[in-house]
Write a protein that binds this ligand. Structure first.
Ligand SMILES: *[C@@H]1O[C@H](CO)[C@@H](O)[C@H](O)[C@H]1NC(C)=O
Ligand SMILES: *[C@@H]1O[C@H](CO)[C@@H](O)[C@H](O)[C@H]1NC(C)=O
Length: 398
């Protein structure tokens, strides 16, 4: 039976690789590399001195170095807004001289990219291009420590310092807080949340925060993440009864089971945005594509609900005695009260063939959830419709 034999070999190899992956993830070195993927430095051998090579107009983008509080040096690009760039009589010979005037003239988007690749990655260039044209905004895009031409290696606390250094750089060069919109994509939404919470604690109010394709926390991502959108990482483990603790595993699997439980307990870089929500003040836009196969849009729904939570009656607890009619009646009543309260504070607008905007006005700030039909994980933010929702929510067209 050569076929069966081959099939068994294939499954043994795949199973072995899978187990090896899970085991490796409990080792800090591998966990850090798997999360940040900063070694995947696409485009390879980027020349950050020549943004033109990646599609940006001549001398519209200035290559910079930004110093962090702990002495790392970050590579960064400052992109002039198109209205400012076009108002110059010719291609500027010293574009760096125009930064202070650009910061005073138009709002600036402080952009935090996702994991892997550099600030020169094509999908990111498309974001800067649209931010500076459709939204007429300046853009500051940094590579975190360990990414691109930046020094150091990434950690959660380190990325928070990088974000703050970029913010401080804008303020030092003449931007005001209310002119800076913080925009994060994917892993960058975790960074944006950290910066937003820190600024809110200091009573500093940016123009707002945009979370593109966010996740609620790395622990929750592990539960739903699929490698390349295909191989679910934790799901097979959750489905094996002994992993869930229902049965004792055979002795030789005990060690593996312990490793698996460790993966979730040993997460080093937690990026727990959900836990930061109560500290994040000011207006928030959360956007997610329904066809995002890397991070499902349920993460955004969960985040939006966390923002609404203080405005709603508490979630009812499931009846402890499922046979009690009284308990069921109380449960149903509390449930529908919460649903009604939610409908009262959230307005929903369907944008035909594009998506749905849910919005809640709360003590002077707007909390918006945009769900789109298209865009996937990386190209959500380069849809004109998404740019326009950003522009309208944060007054870029006024
Ligand atoms: C940062 O580097 C500079 C020069 O390289 C040095 O003088 C300074 O002491 C360093 N600061 C910290 C906090 O390491
Ligand atoms: C672009 O700026 C650099 C200096 O930053 C300058 O040397 C170069 O001549 C400029 N290019 C053009 C076309 O003016």
């Amino acid at each position: 039976m050569p076929f069966l034999h081959t099939a068994r070999t294939v499954f043994t190899v795949l199973g072995g690789l899978y187990v090896a992956t899970v085991v490796l993830l409990t080792i800090p070195y591998f966990q850090t590399h798997t999360l940040f993927l900063h070694a995947v430095s696409i485009p390879w051998f980027s020349n950050f001195d020549i943004p033109e090579k990646y599609g940006l107009a001549p001398n519209k983008t200035i290559n910079l170095k930004i110093q962090t509080a702990d002495n790392e040096t970050l590579g960064a690009w400052f992109v002039l807004s198109d209205p400012h760039y076009h108002s110059l009589p010719a291609v500027p010979s010293q574009p760096i001289d125009y930064i202070p005037a650009a910061l005073k003239g138009r709002p600036t988007i402080l952009f935090f990219h996702g994991n892997a690749a550099t600030r020169a990655f094509n999908a990111r260039i498309q974001h800067y291009s649209l931010f500076s044209s459709r939204l007429s905004a300046n853009v500051l895009a940094i590579d975190y420590r360990g990414f691109g031409d930046s020094t150091g290696s990434p950690t959660e606390a380190g990325l928070a310092l990088d974000a703050r250094a970029a913010w401080n750089w804008l303020i030092t060069n003449g931007a005001t807080a209310d002119q800076i919109l913080i925009v994060g994509h994917s892993l960058g939404t975790g960074v944006s949340a950290l910066l937003s919470a820190q600024l809110s604690d200091e009573k500093i109010s940016p123009r707002g925060v945009v979370l593109l394709s966010p996740f609620s926390s790395i622990a929750k991502v592990l539960e739903t993440y699929s490698i390349l959108g295909v191989v679910p990482l934790m799901k097979p483990l959750a489905m094996i009864p002994w992993v869930a603790g229902a049965f004792s595993p055979p002795p030789h699997l005990l060690a593996l089971r312990r490793r698996i439980e460790l993966v979730k307990r040993t997460i080093i870089h937690r990026f727990d945005t959900e836990a930061l929500v109560p500290r994040m003040k000011g207006s928030i836009l959360i956007a997610h594509a329904e066809n995002d196969w890397e991070i499902p849009y349920t993460h955004s729904e969960a985040l939006f609900d966390t923002f609404l939570d203080p405005l709603l009656p508490s979630s009812p607890s499931f009846p402890s005695n499922t046979l009690s009619q009284d308990e069921w009646a109380t449960f149903t009543e509390q449930f529908s009260k919460r649903k009604e309260a939610r409908e009262e504070i959230v307005t929903t607008v369907e944008l035909h063939n594009f998506g749905t905007v849910q919005e809640c006005m709360e003590s002077g700030r707007r909390v918006v959830l945009l769900k789109t039909l298209a865009g996937g994980h990386d190209y959500l933010g380069v849809q004109e419709g998404v740019q326009d929702v950003i522009g309208r929510t944060f007054g870029f067209f006024d």
